[in-house]
Design a protein around this ligand. Structure first.
Ligand code: C5P
Length: 306
């Protein structure tokens, strides 16, 4: 039976606004998602025996059972498609997990992409998108990971042209940070009137508005140099204070990145990965060396994926 290899890119959030809270507790967001050159590699093979097998290489902390989102994605596809037989998955992990870089969601999106290619026509695209959303708010994005404005809880996706190429230096403090805990800390702070709250008197400019203002700097394909302040505004993440309350290393990393030549510094998703943006590879490499020397935390130098 057929096999497909997929690259499962990490994503970075270039800015994140919390725009509301739904009755089911999920938060509506506005964020610019950009795929990175860093990613996991996944092999998806259809097997004659029913059932799912999963092997994970490269990260002993990532589960290789039915609690892995990639495993659940394969199960959901088999159930929805009515296809007989099973699926064998092999994942080479490279994305730090969990880190706010979408590692688990990207693996799940890749499994759905691969199975849709192996079983064409069995699950219509609209059904596949709905199925992805049942697995996690970020999974629909990873069905087609291109630079995009993402709204709703993750299901409203509008591709954005002209973001590549950027160099980023990423740093992870080696601690896990649970997404629900960060949202809970955000809600608790909002209830006591934090400046990041939904009712803040001076909220950050919306990402839609900043994208409309954007110029086309030749080096970054993004903000013109005189508008470099646009970067700092864009990259604001409404979840950062909540993440810092649970993981103070995020603030330490921000401070260290700010001492480099970064165009701007941000936190991805619900953290704890912090990044600096550079127009050249060398700047990103120098920053990574600086951060490792100062903090001992792990760093990655990555490009935005074309
Ligand atoms: O969908 P996912 O499994 O990634 O979300 C994990 C948890 O994070 C949710 O149960 C919810 O508590 C929180 N979350 C949220 N709003 C989002 C995404 C996640 O409140 N847009």
């Amino acid at each position: 039976m057929g096999a497909v290899r997929e690259f499962a890119p990490a994503k970075v959030n270039l800015g994140l606004r919390v725009t509301g809270r739904r009755p089911d507790g999920y938060h509506t967001l506005e964020s610019l998602f950009v795929p990175l050159s860093l990613g996991d590699e996944i092999t998806v093979t259809r097997t004659e025996p029913p059932g799912i097998t999963l092997a994970v290489d490269g990260d002993p902390l990532v589960p290789d059972d039915e609690t892995n989102l990639a495993w659940r994605a394969a199960r959901a596809f088999l159930d929805a498609s009515g296809a007989t037989g099973g699926v064998a998955l092999r994942i080479q992990k490279r994305i730090p997990a969990p880190g706010g870089l979408g590692g688990g969601s990207s693996d799940a999106g890749s499994v759905l992409r691969a199975l849709a290619a192996l079983e064409p026509g069995r699950v219509p695209p609209v059904r596949l998108e709905a199925l992805a959303l049942t697995l996690g708010a970020d999974v629909p994005y990873f069905l087609k990971p291109v630079a995009a404005l993402v709204e709703g809880i993750g299901e409203q996706i509008t591709p954005v042209a002209g973001v590549a190429p950027l160099w980023l230096s990423l740093a992870h403090p080696g601690k896990t940070l649970s997404t629900p805990a960060v949202f809970a800390a955000f809600d608790a702070a909002a209830a006591s009137g934090s400046p990041d709250s939904l009712t803040a008197s001076d909220p950050r400019p919306t990402i839609r508005r900043l994208l409309a203002l954007r110029g086309q700097d030749a080096r970054t394909g993004f903000f013109d140099e005189p508008r470099a302040a646009g970067w700092t505004q864009l990259l604001g993440n409404d979840l950062e204070s909540a993440a810092i309350s649970l993981c103070p290393e995020v603030a330490e990393l921000r401070e260290e990145f700010e001492a480099t030549q970064a165009l701007a510094v941000g936190m991805s998703g619900s953290g704890p990965t912090v990044y600096g943006i550079y127009s050249e590879e060398e700047g990103a490499r120098r920053a990574a060396g600086h951060i490792e020397g100062r903090t001992g935390f792990r760093t990655w130098v990555v490009r935005t994926a074309p």
